[in-house]
Write a protein that binds this ligand. Sequence first.
Ligand code: ADP
Ligand code: ZN
Length: 311
Amino acid sequence: MSLFGCIEAGGTKFVVGVGTSPDDLQTISVPTTSPAATLEKVISFLRQKAGRELSAVGVGAFGPVDLRPESPTFGYITSTPKVEWQQCDLAWTLQRALEVPIGFDTDVNAAAAGEARWGAGRGIPDFIYLTVGTGIGGGAMVNGELIHGMLHPEMGHVRIPHNLAEDAYPGGCPYHQDCLEGLASGPAMQARWGAAAQSLPDDHPAWALEARYLALGLATWVCTLSPERMVLGGGVMQNTNLFPMIRKELLRLLNGYIHANPLLDQIDAYVVPPELGNRAGVLGAMVLAEHIFRNPSARIGAPLAGEDAWR
Ligand code: ADP
Ligand code: ZN
């Protein structure tokens, strides 16, 4: 059995694991400080646990990241607002230190890969994974493949109808102000209401507004990607009361136009939490590692491809 290194590279912490399968995965958490300090800890954990036995390492990273093999900054974190991490050659640093193939993708594509293999995306070739936390991001599985395209999806930055008379908060995205992330991320809730999302009571108007903004995003992807399921994770979705509110609002927004059973008759199974919970990202990194291991000719971070690669 192959031993894989799994890294969920987040903006606040890195979750690092070693294992052959979800059953024996051992993880630690390393705070995200400077690239040098964080990666030193990540690398020493992997060396200590696996020595030279690692077959491959998978990395699901906060971004934006460069996933184009022909690019000079392929395998890098690029224009992140986290200044110290701008232009960090993350995948290459790991490759030089560990001398194994590195599978590299966005954090949300990794989570989608994990859910596809072991979670809410099993047997479903078309679904999206959305995280609603410090930021909002999405990964899309289409025909059993993760979408990359020109860059990678940036679902958190879709534009959302914003009625300023009803919601005077201008939005917090440094690029777009009131895009979905600007209006509906955890920090946006905190800035609008003056309290952390987890401290707002269930009957607070914050939740209906949050459900509306998220449902507007989901309606966009229902109409563009035609997913068979939508998996919603991240800190804000820990308030599970949001699920029924989002489902209802999504159906209201679509207004009967789309006639499809998974949406209409099984809405409770259409918009769902991740089955892997907060392990989706790190287990997704295991899928990325296994994928790159099975494709030895693929370069670090090569776009993920291959028939049924995720199952
Ligand atoms: P990150 O995006 O950094 O990985 P999380 O996904 O945990 O982190 O998201 C952090 C955000 O989630 C914070 O803005 C926090 O206020 C919010 N959050 C955490 N727990 C809850 C909760 N139980 N209900 C609603 N919001 C929460
Ligand atoms: Zn934005």
